[in-house]
Design a protein around this ligand. Structure first.
Ligand code: BES
Ligand code: ZN
Length: 464
């Protein structure tokens, strides 16, 4: 073990320069002018997988962006880990709010800044580098590994379900490992055991057949922006609850034990509000912030537009207004059912003065993973060795829709081993990965693969 950790120490600079190359590729999945970069990025990963000793490296096409696959199956009798990650990133706008350019990795104050540093390229590279260290120092791995790195996670993984269905045999494994979430806080490693689901909708409101002079027509026609904002405003009541009938019907209530466990976590609502720059927190009455974000469903307006938004004033009564709405979901809500419920409700409350169209963009189910599995036990031991501290257990508010699908389609439980931080600015300007977490993550990766066979082989032994 010493020599492997020493190898990591002596290769730190090279690891960072490889991360810089990886982050320089603007693999934005939602913008088609970046399709070439997506291909470049898939190729970069495939080449990299070969250099760390992975076999059967393939760039596998899908109707959307390609999946990069590889395997190392030289440990007969040992468990097989399916490592999932994503190489696509979110758009970078607003660009002027970045302190350094989003695709030029820059280290400041112990943080590695770039789009994708935490979400998820940096976390993918963590395991590549852990595997490289094991391979270079021992010539083998303690476990079998299959890797599936996709390019459409940030746009809802629309093609991944089919990909998994069509490649069941290829992907056959014993457990899934994902590093695409955060630690509880700096210096506080954690195991994440639940993610929220998602339903994402777009609303189009149509009023008059053309933009109108607001003086000549204002007062006689319902402004579509007004109609839309009236509808959206009515979706929450004064207690911060969503007003759509049936919205909470399938919500699995929090147990007393879980609420108590959340209360014991080192979290201050005051500090949280201060760090976010809000005067007061807001949310569903009767729940703490951690409960609201981790275990309660929400409805958010992600964007709203229409009319004149350019420089100066223009007196216009617009023909159209739009909004994007998303719901974060918890077990046992179903994404498709909620999307239909929201659509039906919007159509019901839409005034007769306008026309409304609702489009379902994408969705995914919430996940809860067992915390007593062999994989989680190995992860706990690995985090303790990698970061020198016992991890705590937490949930997350974000979504990784494939987690539930891995269970449904392949029967696999997932270990969520996150190395990001809650304030990492994922999806916003100045995204970063903490440099200590990058190297702590690499050490943890090595320990995880080393520990796993032991816990795996003892997994059925009952505690006496
Ligand atoms: N890395 C995140 C998921 C995540 C976020 C996990 C926060 C834990 C905490 C992932 O890349 C992501 O952003 N997913 C999308 C999924 C959606 C597009 C279906 C999300 O949560 O918005
Ligand atoms: Zn991610």
């Amino acid at each position: 073990m010493e020599n492997i950790l020493q190898y990591i120490e002596s290769n730190k600079e090279r690891y960072l320069s490889e991360l810089k190359d990886f982050l320089a590729i603007p693999s934005v999945s939602s913008q088609s002018d970046h399709n070439g970069d997506i291909q470049l990025c898939a190729q970069w990963i495939a080449d990299h997988m070969k250099t760390i000793g992975m076999n059967n490296v393939k760039i596998m096409p899908t109707p959307g962006h390609p999946v990069v696959y590889s395997e190392w199956l030289g440990a007969p009798g040992a468990p097989t880990v399916l490592f999932y990650g994503h190489y696509d990133v979110q758009p970078v706008d607003p660009l002027n709010l970045w302190t350094s350019p989003p695709f030029e990795m820059t280290i400041r104050n112990g943080n590695i800044y770039a789009r994708g540093s935490a979400d998820d390229k940096g976390q993918v590279l963590i395991h590549f580098k852990g595997i490289e260290a094991l391979m270079k120092q021992t010539g083998k791995l303690p476990v079998n590994i299959k890797m599936l790195i996709e390019g459409e996670e940030e746009v809802g993984s629309a093609n991944l379900d089919n990909f998994v269905k069509q490649n069941k045999e290829l992907l056959k494994s014993d457990l899934v490992l994902i590093s695409d979430s955060s630690m509880f806080a700096k210096g506080v490693p954690s195991i994440c055991y639940a993610l929220r689901g998602l339903s994402y909708l777009e609303i189009e409101v149509n009023g008059p057949n053309r933009d109108l002079h607001s003086g000549s027509f204002g007062g006689s026609v319902h402004n579509p922006i007004q109609a839309l904002t009236e509808m959206i405003a009515s979706l929450h009541d004064k207690n911060g609850k969503v007003t759509i009938p049936g919205f909470y019907n399938d919500v699995r209530p929090l147990s007393k034990a879980e609420r108590d466990a959340f209360k014991k976590l080192p979290f201050s609502e005051k500090k949280y509000a201060k760090e976010l720059g809000v005067k007061e927190l807001y949310g569903e009455k009767g729940f703490s912030s951690l409960e609201r974000v981790w275990a309660r469903p929400t409805l958010e307006c992600n964007g709203i537009w229409g009319g004149y938004t350019g420089e100066g004033a223009k007196t216009v009564l617009p023909a159209k207004a739009f909004a994007k709405i998303s719901c974060r979901l918890v077990p046992d809500q179903e994404s498709g059912k909620i999307a239909k419920m929201v659509e039906k409700h919007l159509k019901k409350i839409a005034p007769k003065t306008i026309d409304i169209q609702v489009r379902n963009l994408h969705g995914g189910e919430a996940a809860i993973t067992p915390i007593d599995s062999a994989g989680v036990k190995a992860a706990v031991a690995a985090l303790e060795k990698g970061f020198g501290k016992k991890p705590l257990y937490q949930r997350e508010g974000g979504s990784i829709p494939i987690v539930v699908q891995f269970k449904k389609l392949l029967g696999l439980d997932t270990v969520l081993l996150g190395f990001g931080l809650p304030d990492e600015n994922a999806h916003s300007p100045n995204e970063f990965l903490n440099i200590d977490n990058f190297f702590g993550g690499i050490r943890t990766s090595v320990h995880f693969f080393n520990e796993l066979p032991h816990y795996w082989h003892n997994r059925n032994q009952k505690k006496k």
